[in-house]
Design a protein around this ligand. Structure first.
Ligand code: HEC
Length: 122
């Protein structure tokens, strides 16, 4: 009778590959990149870079999660309109979020707002 010879090393390798494939370290990564790509091109910006340096402290995982620190909410699925998001970024909210109208360029703010609105709600 034919019996498969179990190569332990191969099994371990396969197991590791399956684990890595099934459990990406940052599952939202692809969604974030796919959402940002057309907006990056349209405005000639790097959403992830702007987000990481100016928003990431308070808003988690590029807007897809609640922030660890700073108390910012998850931005994906916001009920605010694109215009209201632009206003929030420009003027902030006293006691909660700083204003970014001088730190960021107009097109960076517009790009961030479009990106936030384009993120899938869940
Ligand atoms: C110092 C922390 C902090 C930083 C930095 C920050 N935020 Fe916020 N943000 C907050 C907090 C806190 C709120 C919730 C305010 C409230 O309760 O109304 C908020 C709310 C928002 C909202 C409104 C969400 C909603 O649905 O009402 C948007 C949009 C937003 N932030 C975008 C940004 C963007 C884009 C950046 C980077 C340019 C940024 N924030 C940087 C703390 C921060």
């Amino acid at each position: 009778m034919w019996r498969p010879r179990l190569d332990f090393g191969l099994v371990v390798w396969f197991g590791m590959i399956l684990l890595v494939a099934a459990k990406p370290a940052f599952p939202e990564g692809d969604v974030i990149d796919a959402t940002a790509a057309p907006i990056n091109e349209k405005y000639n910006v790097d959403i992830k870079k702007i987000f990481a340096t100016t928003c990431g402290l308070c808003h988690g995982a590029y807007g897809t999660k609640q922030g660890d620190r700073g108390g910012g909410p998850k931005l994906a699925g916001t009920k605010k309109s694109t215009e209201q998001v632009v206003e929030q970024i420009k003027n902030g909210k006293s006691g909660y979020m700083p204003a970014f109208k001088t730190a960021l360029k107009e097109e960076q703010i517009q790009a961030l707002a479009e990106y936030i609105k384009a993120l899938p709600a869940n």
